[in-house]
Design a protein. Sequence first.
Length: 367
Amino acid sequence: LPIFMLGFMTRYYGKNKSWAEGFAVWKYCLMASVCFAVPYFLMAWLVGPELPSLLGGIIGLAILIKLTQMGICVPKDNWDFDDADKWDPSWIGEIKPSQVKEYKEHMSQLMAWMPYVLCGLILVVTRVPLFHLKPIVTNPMFSVGASNILGQGAIVVDGVTKCPAVGSSIALLNLPGTIPFILVAILTIFMHGMLKNDAIGSNKVSRAWSTAIAKMKAPTISLMAAVALVSIFKGTAASAATDYVSMPMAMAKCLADLLGGAWPAINSYVGGLGAFITGSNTVSDMLFANFQWDMASALGYSVKQHFLMIAAQGAGGAMGNMICVHNIVAACAVLGLIGKEGDILRRTFFPFVVYGITVGAMAFALL
């Protein structure tokens, strides 16, 4: 996948419009894959499922950086984008590209990495049950929400709950935006000495927060609508008053009925559909993992093949993030590309399709 993505980048965004320039780094891509995959697998096998993405990624990155410094599998030719004045106007948003050719360090590498290290450590400590802090961050005392939104209580017929009361709440401390990100942002003020005014006489803290809040205005409206839509999709299965399944489940079953034995070729797209709707691989798995297991049973697969279908579902959830609407909205907000969301979605859809074909081919080959 990284090899294809680099080829895609050099073909559509490079000066020479060449696939070969991206494919030329295949050795480095394979080395990087091994650097990340081995620690990821070992963390999952020896420690548990909570930490592979975080600690496996950090360990893999450290190994890859060291090998890169040693020049192993590093391409001889450097590639860069064309001059900024020749860029397509759709590439440029509110943030203008820097013309600075040299970078001068103004803090140590340790201090520069510290906010990211703290984010990872705090996330692990507050989420992994081993540290016994999760009950605190999920305590209802720190939650906000509403209950009985559409009326008092649930609908109960003959002692059976036909329609539960509609309500929702958010555990504020359990949100990644609160802990660790806002917490680390506050700590960084003191770690990086941001209380002092900079060379132009402007307060660094107030400028950083005001810039962040200003960039949040436009995407906040889109995100609120997107999250509400996700809640509707997920909540359509909350009622037992009817025999209807949830919207995502109905769409997935429709695809399965149409394709039958060809299901392994497209089951990753169901994972992608879940991530497209919710913006989360985890939530996509929550929505569709049981369905994928039932589909494997209906097709007469062995237990090992069941797990293969679940793995393809997880891969699909990962690839679905590239076409998730509110992920794109959030990324555009960071890059100042407000109004370019449609362009980005059109450009990421093709890699999404190719990714799914690759996963499907691998699933068929391993059955």
